[in-house]
Design a protein around this ligand. Structure first.
Ligand SMILES: [Zn+2]
Length: 133
């Protein structure tokens, strides 16, 4: 059986209600400044919401901001002072690139590797899209 048929069959078995999720809204970034550090207060909430690998997410956001980050217990800390909108802007960009499907715009996707290349696979429409490596 070829892959396409396998996918079709898998989708046939899923109730359509699976795809009717409530509106996807990533929580807005919350930060507090402590000295020369920025505490990313709701990091866990956001990472849980978007369902991506924290390391991948942080690598992108840190690079976009030109900021080093580290874990401080359960907290996530950026070195330097950053406002919530500045961080949030990068998160929105990450979500656009790595979370929402460019075909159907649904967030029901996952990142997976195909022959060592990272791709986004959409669970809602079945599209496989390329993402920045
Ligand atoms: Zn899709």
């Amino acid at each position: 059986m070829d892959y396409e048929k396998m996918l079709d069959r898998a989708y046939d078995k899923m109730p359509s209600v699976v795809f009717e999720k409530k509106r996807f809204e990533v929580p807005f970034t919350q930060v507090s400044i402590e000295g020369n550090k920025t505490i990313f207060k709701n990091f866990k909430e956001i990472i849980d919401y978007i369902g991506r690998d924290p390391a991948h997410f942080l690598k992108f956001v840190g690079r976009e901001m030109g900021a080093a980050w580290r874990k401080d217990g359960s907290r996530l800390v950026f070195v330097g002072k950053f406002g919530a909108p500045a961080i949030n802007q990068r998160i929105v960009k990450y979500v656009k690139l790595y979370v929402t499907c460019p075909v159907c715009e649904k967030p029901d996707t996952k990142l997976t590797k195909v022959e060592r290349i990272l791709v986004m696979k959409c669970m809602a429409c079945g599209a496989v899209s390329s993402v920045p490596q």
